[in-house]
Design a protein around this ligand. Structure first.
Ligand SMILES: [Zn+2]
Ligand SMILES: [Zn+2]
Length: 155
């Protein structure tokens, strides 16, 4: 559905208008700040049509979504666009499993900025060992808050 360049560009557009928030799930939610529908799902315009941001996120981070599948939020946050918190579901699950659909969804966990959530970059807060956070983004956030503190006018 999308070529490699489009996927990269759309991942960037989704990240640009999303904030990382800890909503109590295993990893942080990527809450889309785009206009939302009354049902809580957010929208994004591309190629002259309107897409549901979470569905588009799944498509560009994972793979195209067959029309008869709905994307379920494991974290129950409808504005969340973190592909790790999304799961395609349908009544035809068994059929699709037979077609290798599930096998092809091999986890490619990354943070909102695309850093891998594995190896040295995976941070597990001691107080919440089940949580998985991005070490690079943590360091970056600490650095930025220090910078802000340093440049804050005094007196
Ligand atoms: Zn989420
Ligand atoms: Zn990161």
């Amino acid at each position: 559905m999308f070529n490699v360049e489009e996927r990269a560009m759309l991942r960037g557009r989704i990240a640009q208008r999303a904030v990382v928030q800890d909503r109590g799930f295993e990893t942080e939610c990527w809450i889309s700040t785009r206009a939302s529908q009354p049902n809580g799902y957010t929208k994004i315009g591309y190629r002259g049509r309107t897409w549901l941001t979470h569905r588009l996120s799944w498509s560009v981070h994972r793979e195209p979504i067959p029309d008869d599948l709905v994307i379920d939020h494991l974290c129950r946050e409808r504005a969340c666009v973190n592909p790790d918190h999304l799961e395609p579901v349908s009544n035809r699950t068994n059929l699709l499993r037979g077609a290798g659909f599930v096998a092809s969804q091999a986890k490619q966990s990354t943070c909102l900025r695309g850093h891998p959530l594995e190896g040295d970059n995976l941070y597990r807060p001691p107080a919440r060992p089940n949580k998985r956070e991005c070490r690079t983004c943590r360091i970056e956030a600490t650095r930025r808050s220090k910078e802000r503190a340093a440049t804050r006018p005094t007196g």
